[in-house]
Write a protein that binds this ligand. Structure first.
Ligand SMILES: CC(C)(COP(=O)(O)OP(=O)(O)OC[C@H]1O[C@@H](n2cnc3c(N)ncnc32)[C@H](O)[C@@H]1OP(=O)(O)O)[C@@H](O)C(=O)NCCC(=O)NCCS
Length: 332
């Protein structure tokens, strides 16, 4: 095995739609309240895509920022690996649409379907492409237009989700002790629990039909309490795995950056990992749950705020539909 790190995050970029939707807006259409939403989830507002925004267009905006920061152009990309749970079209992949938007003619492009940990899964795949020398430079994306697949009449899910995109340039690095880069990754799934968070209709098993539309079964369905419990257990285990694989102790981590689904899940995960909340990134209040975009969105804000600086050790961890979960330790 090649000693890590051999790949680094050379640039990061995010894009969020301009429309801010506050909790108060739901009070007009659903039997809910700002107080309930804040107490149970920590969410205060989220962003909604406009009619001209697509997963590919948000991804392009995030990717252009990431490439600028990495000092590269689309023609430098060998691969585009895009994690999403809300692809623009079922065929072809959103990654191919993004490739066309960017003019990244040299790249191979494909989607990864791993729900909320989609960004970490995609980063893991990109690191593997670099290890096998099929890529030197990879564009990794986590991007969602969850509002397109959310049932806005279901108060238990409508209040949770938002739209956003995050992009990272993953590039081969010379490595060496104390070099910046990816120190460990961990990915895991349990497909037996798929029906706790899913879209029953609209796929090949139950193609889109009037019956599907009437039943609203093409939208996300979720057993919130069960998902909550599994999320805490899986994210706690994933933290341990990434730390062990990196040979790093929790007290050496400068910032835990967890998937932003619910502040109570984040607090429980941090408690297990032995991380005080001062060393945990939380921005679910501003963006809600943006699924695969959540981790890059949180890293970007942490960098902007100076909480992640060159040399910082960060622990990334996520959980989502499948169930899937993932983690990584990265030296920034
Ligand atoms: C969805 C979630 C916030 C609900 O919180 P909870 O404390 O578990 O609440 P429950 O689901 O047990 O519901 C409690 C009550 O609140 C009600 N409720 C649900 N959504 C509500 C809302 N938006 N406003 C007001 N009440 C609501 C329920 O109907 C239920 O009422 P009942 O007791 O009369 O049946 C929470 O389960 C959660 O965050 N789960 C994980 C979700 C997630 O992160 N999913 C993505 C993973 S990547």
């Amino acid at each position: 095995m090649i000693p890590r790190p051999f790949a680094e995050i050379a640039g990061l970029g995010v894009a969020v739609p301009s429309r801010v939707v506050t909790n108060a807006e739901f009070e007009a259409t659903l039997d809910t309240s700002d107080q309930w939403i804040v107490e149970r989830t920590g969410i205060r507002e989220r962003r909604y895509a406009g009619p001209s925004d697509s997963v590919a267009s948000l991804s392009r905006d995030a990717a252009l920022r990431a490439m600028e920061r990495a000092g590269i152009t689309p023609l430098d990309l060998d691969s585009i690996v895009l994690g999403t749970a809300s692809p623009d079209r079922l065929l072809p992949s959103t990654a191919c649409d993004l490739q066309a938007l960017l003019g990244a003619e040299r790249a191979a492009a494909f989607d990864v379907s791993a729900a909320c940990p989609g960004f970490l899964y995609a980063m893991t795949v990109a690191e593997g492409l670099i290890a096998s020398e099929q890529s030197r430079t990879s564009l990794v994306i986590g991007a969602e237009k969850l509002t397109a697949i959310t049932d806005m009449t279901d108060r238990s899910t409508a209040i949770l989700f938002g739209d956003a995109a995050g992009a990272a340039i993953i590039r081969r690095t010379a490595g060496g002790p104390k070099a910046r880069g990816i120190l460990s990754t961990f990915i895991k799934s349990d497909g037996r629990l798929g029906d706790l968070l899913y879209r029953p209709g609209g796929g090949a098993a139950e193609p889109l039909s009037q019956a599907v539309l009437t039943a609203r079964s093409h939208f996300i369905r979720m057993a919130g309490r069960e998902v909550f419990k599994s999320a805490v257990l899986a994210m706690s285990d994933a933290c341990d795995q990434a730390l062990e694989r990196a040979g790093v102790k929790a007290d050496e981590i400068d910032l835990l950056i967890p998937h932003q689904a619910n502040v109570r899940i984040i607090e429980a995960t941090a408690k297990h990992a032995g991380m005080p909340m001062e060393r945990v990134m939380v921005n679910v209040d501003r963006y809600g749950n943006t699924s695969s975009a959540s981790i890059p969105l949180a890293i970007d804000q942490a960098v902007e705020e100076g909480r992640v600086r060159p040399g910082s050790l960060i622990l990334l961890v996520s959980f989502g539909a499948g169930f899937t979960w993932a983690s990584a330790v990265v030296r920034w």
